[in-house]
Write a new protein. Sequence first.
Length: 97
Amino acid sequence: MGSTKWLYTYNDSPRLIGPNLATIAKELQISEVSAPIRTAPGYSIVALIDKKEKQVFEFEDIKEIVIQEYRRRSRDEILSSLLKDLTLRADIKINRT
């Protein structure tokens, strides 16, 4: 069974569903459904249910969300760097017998 992904901003869509599906989603009209698209896990179908105009928020209204996102991204970068470093220093041997 497949999964459903909801996109709230187009800027997030390439990260969430990949650049090819994001491009297709951007080109669809409301209520339009794409043809099946071959993807790495199988096939995907993109349906555009609704579009909303961008909103501009006052910083004070979203300050906590911005801080949390900044911390999450910083943490992800640190963990990614640590994992890369540990992988490079690891003495991994694969025995294929």
